[in-house]
Ligand binder design. Structure first.
Ligand code: ATP
Length: 366
């Protein structure tokens, strides 16, 4: 088992890179601590698989170092790194039985047969494969094959880490939820470092204690699901996490007021000072739909907005609003009145994030 450190790591697939855009991984430093359950979350093409393949040794980075427990492993081939990897599609031996497939990684490292049996039975039980153990892998369903593939990744206790690259893609939605819970259970039982790649925020937050959000080849935030929700560090995290994502309004300071386009925003002095003091003209105010106060009647300090429509989602509604010329989304709970026509909005200062050149800045509240 190992702590995995990435030091000044960068990777490009191009022979002659000219700009940061040419890098699949832009220079980064990151630590995956021993025993953690982590997710690597980001949209298609942000560099997740590239990063995983660098850690497992399938790919050599253009620059920087990969360290396992402080030892540089850049030149070690995958088999010497002692990493188990589970891919999107099953990697199993069709002609072998399920039992032999699960036993394979253990027999490969000369594990005594009694121990092989113990481990195979244990993993088969957790993954509910016991009844299939004697069957040939080729006769299994796609779901069952992927479970065997995951079992092969999980069966060795002595691995440095287990890397999962979107392992539940081919799994039926009902079973997906169950398998995620199983993985979590396995993690808690065996305390192996696990890194789980996905583009699905729900999948990431049900599995991981901490999530690394990747965007354009960079980890833009590494935090608990709650931190990512409450304090997104980067506009991309605000937009990507949450459903719907965070509202962002381009703002500037004019005559002592905070303006979004031609609309004055009712916000505290601390926010005004931060907007006025920003070193760039790219300033965005971010507020989550959950934190916008929406009133059906005028209230003191409320900003008047037009209600365009509401989407009833059963336990809550999403209201689509226009403030001045700017579109906004707000979440209204079941027991709250959904306004029609006009609404009055308040942005509580403590729930406002301010982003300069896309990164969150500190606000000194009064
Ligand atoms: N073998 C390759 N040769 C050239 N470019 C590649 C190669 N593999 C990936 N890329 C490019 O590197 C970038 C990162 O790709 P990567 O597959 O790591 O992203 P990802 O986040 O895993 O995406 P997905 O979820 O779609 O697999 C993309 O721009 C991709 O086109």
């Amino acid at each position: 088992m190992a702590e995995i450190t990435l030091k000044s790591l960068a990777h490009t697939y191009l022979a002659d890179p000219q700009s940061p855009q040419d890098y699949a991984i832009r220079e980064m430093d990151h630590v995956w601590h021993q025993g953690g359950a982590y997710a690597l979350l980001g949209p298609s093409g942000c560099g997740k698989s590239t990063l995983l393949n660098i850690i497992s040794g399938l790919l050599e980075p253009t620059s920087g170092e990969v360290l396992f427990d402080g030892e540089v492993v850049n030149s070690l081939p995958p088999e010497a790194r002692n990493i188990a990897q589970v891919f999107q599609f099953p990697v199993i031996y069709d002609t072998m039985t399920v039992y032999d497939n699960l036993a394979f990684p253990l027999r490969n490292v000369k594990t005594p047969e009694a121990r092989v049996h113990q481990r195979v039975m244990e993993i088969a039980e957790v993954l509910e494969l016991t009844a299939q153990l004697k069957r040939k892998a080729k006769n299994l369903t796609a779901d069952e094959k992927q479970k065997v593939s995951m079992g092969r990744g999980l069966v060795r206790e002595d691995v440095s880490a287990i890397l999962f690259d979107e392992p539940l893609t081919v799994i039926d939605p009902q079973l997906k939820w169950k398998l995620r819970r199983k993985l979590k259970e396995i993690h808690q039982r065996f305390a192996i470092t696990m890194v789980y790649v996905t583009h699905d925020q729900l999948e990431a937050s049900t599995f991981a204690d901490k999530i690394a959000v990747m965007y354009e080849g960079q980890v833009v935030q590494f935090g608990t699901p709650r931190e990512l929700f409450e304090m997104p560090n980067h506009t991309f995290v605000g937009y990507f996490i949450g459903s719907p994502g965070m509202n962002f309004l381009g703002v500037k300071s004019r005559d002592g007021r905070v303006m979004a386009d031609d609309t004055e925003l009712a916000v505290g002095q601390g926010i005004h000072d931060a907007v006025a003091g920003a070193r760039s003209a790219n300033i965005k105010l971010g507020i989550r739909p959950e934190f916008i106060e929406v009133h059906a009647e005028p209230i003191e300090g409320g900003m008047q907005a037009r209600v365009d429509h509401a989407q009833d989602l059963g336990t809550h509604s999403i209201v689509y609003l226009t403030l001045g010329k700017l579109p906004l989304k707000a979440r209204i709970e079941e027991d709250q009145e959904t306004p029609t026509g006009t609404a009055w909005l308040r942005f509580p200062d403590e729930h406002i994030g301010l982003y300069v050149d896309e990164f969150r800045v500190e606000i000194e509240h009064d």
